[in-house]
Every structure is written in structure tokens, then in C-alpha cells.
Write a protein that binds this ligand. Sequence first.
Ligand code: AHR
Length: 505
Amino acid sequence: MSSDAHVIVNLDVPGPVISRHLYGHFAEHLGRGIYEGFWVGEDSSLPHRDGIRLDVVEALRALQVPNLRWPGGCFADEYHWRDGVGPREHRPRVVNSHWGDIVETNHFGTHEFMALCELLGAEPYVNGNLGSGTVQEMSEWVEYLTRADDSPMARLRRENGRDEPWRVPFWGLGNEAWGCGGNMTPEHYAHEARRYATFCRDHSANRLTRIATGAPDDDLRWTRALMEALSCLGCQKEPTNVFQAISFHYYTHAGEGIQSSPARGFSGDEFHRTMRTALDIDRIITAHTAVMDAYDPRGAVALVCDEWGTWWRAEEGTNPGFLEQQSTLRDALVASIHFDAFHRHAARLRMANIAQTVNVLQAMLHTSADGGLVLTPTYHVFEMNKGHQDATSLPLHVLSSPTVSVDGDEFSAISISASTTGSTALVSLSNLSADAPLPVRVELRGRAAGIRRARILTGDAADAANTFTEPTRVAPAPFDASLDAGALVATLPPHSFATVELDLA
Ligand code: AHR
């Protein structure tokens, strides 16, 4: 095996378009995600717009957040939307029993979420309550949000201060129906999803993509049951269109399951086990895609990964129900691995949402109540990769690469993907080794290319993180990459992520 990674990118062979919605986010009523994260309230001394924290908005706007999923997660199947509309002082206080068993004030509700989406420039992905709500309740929420004329729910919305309907493109039909969403069987849920979806109408000009909640990881029984519920395999009928997408969730850990190991202070082997777990996303997407292809060869139904990311043991001294964890370079590489896989599978996988945006799990931002704001290493991956949004993926071939070994398994040390807008290309490269540098040679075939900008994200340790006292320990820096006879040549330091932006002739 050669000691450098040798890759071919065909700049003139277009693959599928990488939907910008693969760069989506998720904000649940969980810990300090909404309250203290996005929402500080109208009486806050921090800069805010109608209670929404503005430095958080500004930092996220730089990522071009395409969509935001809300209000859960598990919380979605306990949430009753009418609790969160109308004058705040009259909204009921309820208990958030999933996440910390704390009081939920309902001060952040439908209008506040839609205002947040408008500030971010993000499209709303509202997750309805199928587990403990009724069909009528879900149906009326859609009507409340999206109906233009004089219907009962449109009237109620106007009474609450909003005249025009909103545009809501994405609608979730419950969450994790196999667990916190109701402990259902795939077949039972598939029928429920059809029933609920039927009454989530396209009002006025709004067109919903209804998303049925699907598998944990690679549990293909869910994808199969949901595709079965849509189609009539063997009877030559088109799939019904009652829901338009199927989701699955996949969390990364260091080999022992979620929540079992700390976010920092890990060994080289634990780092590599984490890379191995993250790389498995490719196999899982391939498996779901194969099931969907059998029922729907033309790709009408989208696959959505609406929860992904790392899940470590909660930081010491925090409420374990708040899922607060530090974010390191290891997390950044988990993100870059996922994006490479998402780009490869962009034909079927059309949306993804990292869990979760602020202060929860693999967050982009950490905030403190006194106004502190930290950009995590994962934030920087989203920012460095944003040129892939809506670009055309480029097929590539890894001809050779050094490998990494852990527990008798071997995987390639390089993770890579590329896309083009026509006049530019973006190449993302990760070195998944905790300890060895990785020389790379990427042959750029089919078009002449010049380097516009190259950046690298790395640090002195794989568990380097940004903190309130050291907020820029892990930040993008110029990267020494050059062109040699039509090939991109560079050396990636251990545990690093780089992007190279190219101008194409
Ligand atoms: O993201 C945290 C939780 O993980 C979500 O609420 C749930 O859907 C999943 O189990």
C-alpha cells in the first residue's frame, strides 16, 4: 500500500445534485437548546429581536441554514401546539417529562419558531405529534400555519397577531415511533402515518413534504413497512403519494453505544472506533436506499436522516437530561464523514438534520446565560462545506490510501467528496488517523483548475475544543495545498479536515 492517498476526481462528470437540505438543523425543547440558546425572552439584557438571541442568529446565518426541525424529537410527541400560541402570560406551564422532567413555559411556541426561521432564512420543518396527539390536532396545526382564507384556524392565527399564512415545506408525522413516539410496530405505525398524512392538507399555495418517521439505524423493517404502505409491489401501480419521505436516525459513539463515553479525554483507539462508527453511515444509507429502490425505482420518495451526530456522556455537573456535551475535533470529523456520505448518496437522500443546533448533543454553538458564545469545531465544518449546498456532486475514486486499524478492522484514512457549481469546484478532505499525517494526491480530470482558497481545521490534540476561555483553539486556517501536473497535492496533519475551493476554466 502506498504511503499517500491517491484519488481521481472527474470534474466533467456530473453526479446527483446535493440538496442544500442535507445541511439542515434540529432544535428541540431539550435542556438549554431553545431556552437560553435561541430564546432569551423579551426582558433580556442581551441583544435580541422579540426575545430571540441575535448573536446566535448571526452566527447561524453564516452557515446558510437551509431548514430547521422543531419542536422535537421525543418532545414532539408530547407537544400540544395550542399550548404555545396566544398571549405568553396565558400559556399553560406543562412538564417536559422526556428531558429533565422540568417545567416547560411554552413561551417559545409556533409564532416564535416561525419568527426564528425568518431571522435565520431557514425553511421550517415542523414535527407533528402523532404519538399522543389526535389527527384533528395535527390537521388543525397545518391549517393554522398555512391557510390563507377565512377558515377557523386562519382566524385564530389572525387573532394571535399573524395575518398572512406561513410557508411550511416540511412536516414530520411523529418521531421515533419505535420508541418514545409510541412504541409501535412498523406495520402499525405505517397505517397511522397514512391516516395522519391524509389530514395534513396542502392549504392555499403551501405544499407539504410529509415525512414518515422511520428506522433506528439500519432497522430495515421500518423502511420496508413504510414503502409497503405506499406502494403495491408487483401490481404495476405507482406508489401512493400520501407521504413523500421516510426518515431514519443514526447517532455516532465510540463503539459502546450512545451516552457511554465522555466527549473529551479519549484514547487513539476510541478516536478510531468513533471514526469507524461514523463511517457506517454509508452502509446504512445504502441499505435503506436499496429497499426504497425496489419499491420506487424512479426515486419519488425521499430518504431523510433527520437526526444524526455524536452522543456522548453528559458533561459533569450538568443535568444528564439536558444532553450537554463538549465538541472536539473528533466531532468535526464525524460531521465531515457524514457529509461525504450524504454527497455520495444525494440521489435518494435529500435532507438531513444534525442533532442539535445550540447547547445540545453535537451542537454548532455553545452559549452562556451571561452572553458567552462559542463556535464549535463542528460549526466550522458546516461553514467550510457550505459551498456543497445545491452543487452537483462529482464522482471520485480512491485508488489507494493508507489505512487505520482498530480491533482488527481496517478503514481508509482518507474521507473525501467533491462538488461543482459549473465554474467552481469544492473538494473536502479528512484525515481520519489520530496520529499519522496523510499525504494526498487528487488527480483533477476533465477541466483545468486553479486553487482559489484552501483551508484546514485541525489542532494540537484530537480532543481539542473551543471553550468560553479559549474560543478559537480550533478554527479554520490557511492550508498549504498546491497543483502539480493537474493534481491537487497536500499533506493533511493527523485528525484534520480541509477544503479546497477551485476555479474551473
Ligand atoms: O436528539 C435527542 C433525542 O434523540 C430525540 O429527541 C430523539 O428523537 C432521539 O432519540
